[in-house]
Design a protein around this ligand. Structure first.
Ligand code: ATP
Length: 313
């Protein structure tokens, strides 16, 4: 096969707690991550020459060596020297559906799909754990995006323990196209305002144990949508929403619509509301568009899914 098309799923954070500052400069996190059915389509195609090319028609996504998908291919070709000379290079086509810079890990999902696609295209025979280890070199969210589903993520987000999936839940996602949050800014601001709550490595372990046996993880384990919705939590809301009044108003409007629960995802600015059925998600989305009739507002419906990257049919 000279071409593979893959679907790369966006993620949301059902729970995100920042517990400290690591010696490597990253933050120590405790998260519950969930793949959702909003996907980019990534196609990897063999080309005759020993080169990596990226094509993407989204104006905010670079089609050069700064694209995370390009970096994923460069990493694989570097780890398997000679593979491109033997089997040819690769053209990566990215068809974007996941909003860019939204806290939905779009770039990480694209990188994860390239790792999975090149494993197939170049017959590397890598196990999922090996793909995730490569992914961790590209970004903290990439290992989760490879496997997807539902997982507790600790460390900088790359240490994963999978949880039972809750595939029956639906959601509405919304983001103002003109609103962006710089993830480094969000971490710096959080550190400036809440750094005094940070604990040491022993404290992180204790907090991890509490979260693992706490309300959110119990709700996921029991597949209890109501309890899960009641325990949605994201530390980033404390710094991002005050600095982004438009997104704060969006969050408040979505929370008032009567879904199961509303939260900002990652460092934002996308916001999601959970729904118990597809019909409820469509109804919430329709009412959100009527409540905020602004052409700048993007609104999507999606559902929880059990995988990160999968072959497109
Ligand atoms: P995260 O949730 O992991 O913080 P995000 O969803 O906030 O990520 P992305 O959509 O991944 O953000 O994009 C962040 C930046 O990365 C954008 O400014 C974009 O130009 C750049 N970028 C590089 N490669 C990609 C890619 N393949 N897809 C999207 N953005 C990319």
């Amino acid at each position: 096969m000279r071409l593979y098309s893959l679907l790369a799923a966006a993620k949301i954070n059902l729970y995100l707690e920042i517990v400290g500052s690591r010696p490597d400069g990253f933050h120590e996190l405790i998260m519950v991550m969930q793949s959702v059915s909003l996907c980019d389509r990534i196609t990897v195609r063999s080309i005759g020459i020993d080169e990596i090319r990226v094509r993407c028609d989204h104006p905010l996504v670079p089609a050069d060596d700064t694209n995370l998908a390009y970096k994923a291919a460069a990493l694989v070709s570097q780890r398997f020297p000679g593979v491109m000379a033997k089997l040819g290079g690769v053209e990566i086509t990215i068809e974007k559906q996941i909003p860019v810079g939204a806290g939905l890990a779009g770039g990480s999902a694209n990188a994860a799909a390239v790792l999975v696609g090149l494993d197939l295209l170049w017959n590397l025979g890598l196990a999922q754990g090996e793909l995730q280890a490569l992914g961790a070199e590209l970004g903290s969210d990439v290992p989760f995006c490879v496997a997807g589903g539902t997982a507790i993520a600790t460390g900088r987000g790359e240490q994963l323990d999978s949880l039972p999936g809750i595939d029956s839940l639906h959601l509405v996602l919304a983001k103002y196209e003109s609103e962006f949050v710089s993830t480094p800014w969000a971490y710096q601001t959080y550190r400036a305002e809440y750094g005094d709550t940070y604990t040491d490595a022993q404290g992180w372990q204790a907090r991890q144990s509490q979260v693992r046996s706490g309300d959110m993880v119990r709700a996921v384990a029991k597949r209890d949508a109501i309890a899960l919705s009641q325990h949605l939590y994201n530390d980033f809301e404390k710094v991002v929403l005050p600095a982004h009044p438009k997104t704060a108003a969006l969050q408040a409007t979505m929370a008032d619509l009567g879904g199961l629960g509303t939260l900002m995802s990652g460092s934002g600015p996308s916001v999601f509301t959970l729904a118990e059925s597809e019909a409820q998600a469509i109804d919430l989305a329709t009412r959100l568009r009527s409540a905020l009739p602004d052409p700048d507002l993007g609104v999507w419906t999606a559902q929880f899914i059990p995988s990160g990257v999968r072959l497109a049919s």
